[in-house]
Design a protein around this ligand. Structure first.
Ligand code: ZN
Ligand code: ZN
Length: 166
């Protein structure tokens, strides 16, 4: 995910370039806008990324898709016209344009993908998970354990029914 911006750095502030992202892990599809700013290039990225996770219920590893969207300034280290080094950016965590005028968005994509990763991904929305009593994967087979209902609204309803019947 490398873009050569030596041409863009020679263009006036505000010049925009559009690119389509090629599929390259973790990116499935996406687009990038590069905009010339006074001290570098603003990168605007929209992408679908493929994530790997373990199901929060049954613990099975599986892949899923997330959307990421970010804007980051990549700061110029070299004046493209004179070849002179520029003073380093004040923020030492800033993304940098390489000395040969390339922007690599791989690290930014990785960071934003990590942030977008689901806290509790599910392999499917109705994954029944694992029986807390015997450890049986309930999507493969049922078990005979007497499991307490997890949803208290249903528990209350069951209690009401019992009261009505009794
Ligand atoms: Zn699952
Ligand atoms: Zn069980």
């Amino acid at each position: 995910m490398l873009f050569n911006v030596s041409g863009l750095l020679r263009s006036p502030v505000g010049t925009v370039r559009h690119y389509t992202l090629e599929p390259e892990r973790p990116v499935h599809a996406g687009s990038v806008e590069l905009i010339r700013t006074p001290d570098g290039v603003l990168v605007r990225c929209e992408a679908d990324v493929l994530m790997d996770g373990d199901c929060a219920r049954c613990l099975a590893p599986f892949g899923y898709r997330e959307h990421i969207s970010f804007e980051e300034i990549f700061v110029q280290q070299v004046d493209v016209l004179t070849g002179h080094r520029l003073p380093p950016p004040e923020d030492d965590g800033a993304f940098l344009i390489s000395l040969n005028h390339e922007i690599d968005i791989t690290e930014a994509v990785r960071q934003y993908s990590e942030t977008a990763a689901a806290m509790q991904p599910l392999c499917r929305p109705d994954c029944p998970g694992i029986c807390p009593e015997c450890g049986q994967d309930l999507s493969m087979a049922t078990c005979t354990c007497d499991r307490a209902p997890v949803d208290y609204r249903w528990a209350a309803l069951a209690g009401l029914r019992q009261a009505a019947n009794g």
